[in-house]
Design a protein. Sequence first.
Length: 113
Amino acid sequence: QVRLVESGGGLVQAGGSLRLSCAASGNIFSINTNAMGWYRQAPGKQRELVASITRTHITNYGDSVKGRFTISRDNAKNTVYLQMNSLKPEDTAVYYCNIQFSWGQGTQVTVSS
């Protein structure tokens, strides 16, 4: 079992930036062998992949955030980050950190127009 603790959400104006962090603890084998990712869920919509990153820093992004968001990972700290730039109102959602079958509690990101 892996515990994930997210931080960094908040309210920002369109065009602004936010940085999310997710610290993992617990099953070290799972942390070291699995990709970590960020998902988001807006009201009335399905949860969708935002970005993921392997331990060797191979990244994958959802089409809607390519060129605006950057995922990174600090293996020494078991932490993954999501730098979000040029935010749009449609980025408003609860953002969840994920590794294998574990999920964080979610952090709200609200982008005002």
